[in-house]
Design a protein around this ligand. Structure first.
Ligand SMILES: NC(=O)c1ccc[n+]([C@@H]2O[C@H](COP(=O)([O-])OP(=O)(O)OC[C@H]3O[C@@H](n4cnc5c(N)ncnc54)[C@H](O)[C@@H]3O)[C@@H](O)[C@H]2O)c1
Length: 335
C-alpha cells in the first residue's frame, strides 16, 4: 500500500542499513511505490566478524536486496571519509537511518556507542548539510522494564543497546532545537516480517517458532511464557510509520507498536493454527532474567495524532500474512 501522495520525483533517498531487515523493506517500498525516486542503500553487509556473544557484528545480506535496482554502497557509517564523500557527491532529500548494532544482547559498549550514537551525529550533520529529513530507528529498548504502557519521557534502559538508542534520542532533540530540518525518531517495538531471516538468532520469535514448528520440533518457550507480554509489530506497519514520518513538521520521537501486548504463547498458538499443527510446547528456564522486558505495550496516541499512523495488523493478521514467507524461507534456506 502507498502511504503518501507525493511522487518523490527527483528526490534522493539514503537508506543506511538497507541490506538489513527493515532497511531492505524500505528500499523495496520505494522501488515499488515511488519508482521515480533515486534510492541509495548504504550497508556494511556481513563480513563474518563476530561479537563476544558469538553473533555477527553486522547482519546485512545481499539476498535481502535481490531484485532491488537502486544504488548500493558497501561501507561503514563509522567511516568519516565515506560520509564526507556522501556529503560532496550526493544531495539527499531524505535519510532513513536503520544501520546499527541491532543486537540487544551485544556487550561491546565501545562499539555500540561509537556505531549507534557517534556515527548518528555525523549522519545528522550530513542531513543538516543537505537540508534533508532525518527519519531514524530508535527502539522500545529505551524503556527497559519501565511501566506499561510505555510512553516517551519514561525511559529506563537496562542494556547498552537501549542506552545507545536513548542517547540518539537526546541528540536528536538537541538538533531539533538548533536546526531547521525535520527529525523523526521511531521507537520500534518487536518487529517481525519478511527479510528478517538473516538476523540469525536475533530474528523475531515469530520466525524462529515458525521454523521449529515446520521442522516438526516441539516449540521451546521460556517458563511463564503466557505472562511474558510484548507489543509485536508487523513490518508493514513499520513501513507505514516511516513513510508517514516523511511529512513536514513532524519532528519528534514516537512509539511504533500496535498498542497491544501479546504473549509468546500467543505467537506459538497462532502459528500452530495457521500451519495446521498441534505440537506440544516445551518450557525451559529463562536465562535472561534481569535484562529482559516482561511487559511492553506502546502508547501510540502521539504517533497517531502527529503522523496519522494507524496500525493495520493485529498479531493474528500479521502472522497470517507472514506464514507463506516463513514457509518459503524454510524451504529455500533452512531445509
Ligand atoms: N527489528 C526490530 O525488532 C527492531 C526493534 C527496535 C529497533 N530496531 C532498530 O531498527 C534498525 C533496523 O533493525 P533491523 O531489525 O533491520 O536490523 P538489521 O541488523 O537487520 O539491520 C541493521 C543493518 O545495519 C547494518 N550495519 C550495522 N553496522 C553498520 C555500520 N557500522 N555501517 C553500516 N551498516 C551497518 C547491518 O549490516 C544491517 O544490515 C536498527 O537501528 C535497530 O536497532 C529494530
Amino acid at each position: 500500500m502507498r502511504y503518501i501522495k507525493d511522487d518523490l520525483k527527483n528526490k534522493t533517498i539514503l537508506i543506511t542499513g538497507g541490506a538489513g531487515f527493515i532497511g531492505s523493506n524500505l528500499a523495496f517500498y520505494f522501488q515499488k511505490h515511488h519508482p521515480d525516486a533515486k534510492v541509495v542503500v548504504l550497508d556494511s553487509f556481513r563480513s563474518g566478524e563476530t561479537l563476544s556473544n558469538g553473533n555477527l557484528k553486522s547482519f546485512g545480506h545481499f539476498k535481502n536486496l535481490i531484485g532491488f535496482s537502486g544504488e548500493i554502497i558497501s561501507g561503514d557509517i563509522n567511516d568519516k571519509d565515506l560520509l564526507l564523500d556522501l556529503e560532496v557527491n550526493y544531495d539527499f532529500d531524505y535519510i532513513f537511518h536503520e544501520a546499527a548494532i541491532s543486537d540487544t544482547t551485544a556487550q561491546e559498549q565501545d562499539l555500540m556507542i561509537k556505531t549507534n550514537v557517534n556515527a548518528y551525529k555525523d549522519l545528522l550533520d550530513l542531513a543538516v548539510a543537505h537540508n534533508a529529513n532525518m527519519i531514524y530507528a530508535s527502539s522500545a529498548a529505551t524503556y527497559g522494564n519501565a511501566e506499561s504502557p510505555q510512553r516517551v519521557g519514561r525511559e529506563a534502559p537496562n542494556n547498552v543497546y537501549g542506552f545507545s538508542k536513548l542517547s540518539m534520542d537526546h541528540l536528536s532533540r538537541e538538533y531539533m532545537q538548533k536546526c531547521d530540518i525535520n527529525i523523526v525518531g521511531l521507537r520500534y517495538f518487536n518487529v517481525y516480517g519478511a527479510r528478517e531471516y538473516f538476523k540469525n538468532t536475533t530474528a523475531s520469535m515469530v520466525l524462529q517458532f515458525g521454523h521449529q514448528i515446520l521442522a516438526g520440533k516441539n516449540p521451546k518457550l521460556f517458563e511463564g511464557s503466557d505472562k511474558i507480554l510484548r507489543d509485536f509489530i508487523y513490518i508493514e506497519d513499520i513501513i507505514q510509520a516511516n513513510i508517514k514520518a516523511m511529512m513536514p513538521n513532524t519532528s519528534g520521537i514516537y512509539n511504533v507498536g500496535t498498542g497491544k501486548a501479546r504473549s509468546f504463547q500467543d505467537i506459538v498458538d497462532i502459528l500452530q493454527k495457521e500451519l495446521g499443527t498441534s505440537l506440544e510446547c516445551k518450557y525451559i528456564p529463562n536465562p535472561f532474567i534481569g535484562s529482559y522486558q516482561f511487559h511492553t505495550e506502546a502508547d501510540i496516541a502521539t504517533t497517531q495524532e502527529a503522523l496519522g499512523y494507524a496500525p493495520a495488523y493485529e498479531m493474528e493478521e500479521g502472522i497470517k500474512a507472514y506464514v507463506p514467507e516463513i514457509k518459503r524461507i524454510y524451504e529455500t534456506e533452512v531445509k
